[in-house]
Structures are given as C-alpha cells and as structure tokens.
Design a protein around this ligand. Structure first.
Ligand code: FES
Length: 487
C-alpha cells in the first residue's frame, strides 16, 4: 500500500502535532517524498496506528490526487538562479558532512586497533584517552545533530521547500523558493514586523540566527557591513536557501501594531442578502498590517462620517481586505454599489481592537455567529486554519429557518476539504423566545468537554451575557471566552 499524505493529514492520523513530524523529518527519523509522507514510512515510526479502522484513510484516498496535483502546481520549483544557489549551499553542507563522516570512520578504526592491541582494561583506557580527547577538541559540535543520513533524507525536500522557525515564539512556516520570507510568514498567518514591503523602509529588518539566506528582490534600504556580518536581512527582499531560524517576534495584540492610514481600491462588490461584501485592495507597497479579528475605520469622502467594521479576511490573504456592510449603513451601501465609484480610492485607518486569536492556548476552537455577524469571526477562522493551531475547529452557525445564507456553501466546502473543521448549522425559529438556548443545547450535545475549548462568539449584547453565564456554569474559564459584541 503506497499512499502519500500531507504533513497535516499524517499528524492527525497518528495523533501527534505537525511540529513533532517536522522534527522527525529533520532528524532523519522519517523520510519524505517531495514534502509528502508515505503511509508505510509513517507506520514504521508509529506502528501502533490503527490504519484499518481509521476512516480518515478512505478520505485520504480521495484527496491524494488533489494533494499531489496541488503540490506540483504550487511548487513548480525554484527559479534557475535560486536553484543553482540552493544546490551550492547543499553541496557545501554535503562536503562538510562527508568530512565529518570520514573523521568518524577514522576514529572508529583507531579505537578498533587500540582495543585489539591492548592487553588490559587499564591499558585500553590509557590508550583511548588521548585519542578521544584529540577527537573532541577538533570535531565541530554540529556533528551529532546534523548527520549525513539526515542531510541525505532531507536533501530533495530542501531544494523545493525550506522551513523557517521564529526563535521568540517557536512558530514554524514553510517557504517556497521563489517567495520572500515575509510573504511566506504572512501566508502562514504570522505577522512579523514590516512596513513598505518593497525593501525601502527597513522596518522588517531582523537577524538570521542559523541557516543561509539570499536577497531576491530589490532593496533600497542599505544594511551596513556590520549588520550583514551579524546576519541581518530584510525579510521582504530575501528568501532562504536552507532551513533557517529568525530572530523576529510576531504581533499578538493590538499594542504590537501601530495605526496605519491607507488608500485602497475597490476590487469587488457582491450583494449577499442584506449584506454587501466588499473586497478592497491595498497598494503593494503599503499593505495593512493587522491581526485577524481586528477592525478598520472606513471613510468614502471627506463629508461623510467614517464607520468602523471588522476585517472579514485573514492577514494571510496578502493585499486584500474584505468587509461586510449591513444595509443599515445606507450611504455606504449606496456608495459601494454605484459603478461610478469603482475606481475612486477608499480611505481606511487601523487596525483597532483586541478580539484576536490566542495563538498559545493549544485548546480546540469553537466559533459561533449568524449571517449578519459572520464578518467578526471569518478572519479568525481563516487564520486558525492557516496556522493549524487547533486540533479541532467547530463552527456553530445560527440561521433562521428556511433562510439559507450564501456563506453556508463556503462552510460546507471547508468541512469537505479540511478534516478538523466541523460545520454545525442551527436552524433558529424566530417565534422561539430563546433562540440562543436552542443553539447552546446543540453545542452541548455536539462537543464533549467544553472546558477544553476556546470560544470565539459574536452575538448581540444581551445574548453575550446569556452565553457568558452558560459557559461559566460549564466550567469554561473567563480567559477562554472571547465574546465579541456585534458592531
Ligand atoms: S518592509 Fe520595508 S524594508 Fe522590508
């Protein structure tokens, strides 16, 4: 049976974190084929896995073709220049590992000869002592971690994909060879510092602790000789040639990101029942730095008042921002729907607010909202999926009976494509005086142990109070309740 699994699928199958498998790949314990894991290889390392009983494997068969096709499509390989540099870097490492390997073989031969010639234990110890002392004083400390076997196992993967680790938070992300380190971090939903995104402001500057990097885009901000020697780079203009460790912190709260003012263009406007779904595009050199779940202030002209709305997209969708405008904001809806305004820039300010994901909790995540409040949690769900921070994500969707929301097709597609995403539609009867209690009964019957979950819920004010009391009564800690008042 040969089946290739993505790292995420494999991690779920054997019940370990993705990082654990990445670690085993790096250490040479698990081998991969172009970033995918063979099921037989996985069973060799995790023999206790119940393959036959696991329904996920049936699903894996159906996604296998898509996964491989996506890999081929997404990883067409590095540009020729980068490819040659990557091979150079790998060749250098290979030579150094071979040298270490030869030193090790020489040492073993020497020990063997000494053992054969020694007549007593004391004699052996006396003869071996200077040999070992000499060996350890001359051998680099990397020999143990970075052995030849690991390098050879990892070599094909390294030509196409590298991994970056952030030393402050321990988060990891993969890097395609043709993208910058900043693009890869943002794609993974990690907001490392940046400003212009075109190599001119220097705000993304950070130090590379380990690994090799290369400049691939123009940068007008100059790094001094001293900074270059110390390993500083501009992630918006550099990529990695090997796995790297970066000395960069990620933004985790509003306090980590300063307010920005940007003029955007309207990319698309779609009517979804009583909502207008507007996608804005920021200039390539002025992307909004924000965290999923935050809000922005929008103004359409100097005469009108601005409105504050949630950003209904993930920072990983670089350069685009989605907002949902309720028909309650008539002037704004009228403005965005008017074709004459499609090419007029829209001013945004932000980001604001602290209803953001707790990246460090490790709990499974539960989201709850209705059609008109979806924009408050949409970015959070997308970021949680991009970061793969949760073993399980459950979305409880409150919808009026016989009132289908166009967003539901999205959720069903997510549930189809992502094994750990579960969609729970809850039909609410508007004649029912306590629709929230109907929803909470569904939550309680679908979820096993509520205190093991973080809750991100957007409801009306009075409903939030009911929800808080309900969760408190089930042993959910205050810090796990992210109850978002609807704007
Ligand atoms: S973001 Fe401005 S130089 Fe990198």
């Amino acid at each position: 049976m040969t089946q290739l699994l993505t790292l995420s699928k494999a991690a779920r199958l054997v019940g370990v974190k993705r990082n654990t498998l990445q670690q085993k790949i790096r250490e040479g314990e698990l081998s991969t084929f172009e970033g995918l894991l063979d099921i037989n290889e996985l069973l060799r390392v995790y023999p206790e896995t119940q393959v036959e009983d696991n329904t996920m494997l049936e699903h894996v068969n159906s996604i296998k073709r898509k996964a491989v096709a996506k890999l081929v499509e997404d990883h067409k390989g590095p540009a020729p220049g980068i490819f040659v540099r990557k091979l150079d870097a790998l060749q250098e490492r290979l030579f150094s590992e071979l040298e270490n390997n030869q030193t090790m073989v020489k040492l073993l031969k020497l020990i063997n000869r000494t053992l054969q010639n020694s007549e007593s234990n004391q004699d052996t110890i006396t003869s071996l002592k200077p040999i070992l002392k000499n060996f350890f004083s001359q051998t680099p400390s990397t020999t143990n971690n970075n052995d030849l076997h690991s390098l050879l196992n990892h070599l094909p993967l390294e030509v196409f994909i590298n991994y970056a680790r952030l030393s402050h938070s321990g988060h990891e992300f993969s890097l395609d060879p043709n993208e910058t380190i900043l693009e890869a971090a943002l794609r993974a939903g990690l907001s490392i510092p940046y400003g212009c995104n075109d190599g001119s402001c220097g705000r993304c500057k950070c130090k590379v602790n380990t690994g090799l990097t290369r400049q691939i885009r123009h940068q007008s901000h100059r790094l001094s000789e001293d900074e270059l020697k110390q390993g500083y780079i501009l992630p918006c203009a550099w990529t990695s040639l090997t796995d790297i460790e970066l000395d960069a912190a990620i933004a985790q709260t509003n306090a980590d990101i300063e307010e920005q003012a940007i003029k955007c263009h309207i990319k698309s406007v779609i009517k979804q029942r009583e909502l207008l779904v507007v996608t804005l595009k920021t200039p390539a050199s002025q992307r909004l730095r924000f965290l999923a779940g935050q809000t922005i202030e929008i103004s359409i002209n100097s005469r009108s008042k601005s409105i504050r709305l949630p950003i209904a997209s993930c920072p990983c969708e670089q350069g685009t921002l989605q907002i949902h405008i309720n028909d309650h904001y008539r002037e704004f809806c009228g403005y965005f729907i008017d074709p004459q305004n499609q090419h007029v820039p829209v001013s945004i300010k932000g980001p604001f607010g602290n209803n953001v994901l707790n990246l460090n909790s490790g709990n499974s995540l539960i989201f709850m909202a209705s059609h008109q409040h979806f924009s408050h949690i949409k970015g959070l769900i997308e970021q949680a999926m991009a970061l793969e921070i949760s073993e399980q994500i459950d979305l409880f969707w409150m919808t009026e009976k016989n009132q289908n929301s166009p967003f539901e097709n999205n959720f069903r597609a997510w549930a189809d494509a992502i094994d750990n995403f579960h969609f729970h539609p809850i039909a609410i009867d508007i004649d029912n005086s306590e629709p929230l209690m109907t929803a909470l009964t569904s939550v309680e019957s679908a979820i096993e142990h509520l205190p093991n979950h973080d809750f991100y819920c957007c409801l009306d004010d009075n409903e939030l109070q009911t929800l808080r009391t309900f969760l408190h009564g089930r042993g959910v800690a205050h810090a796990q309740m992210h109850l978002i008042p609807a704007l």
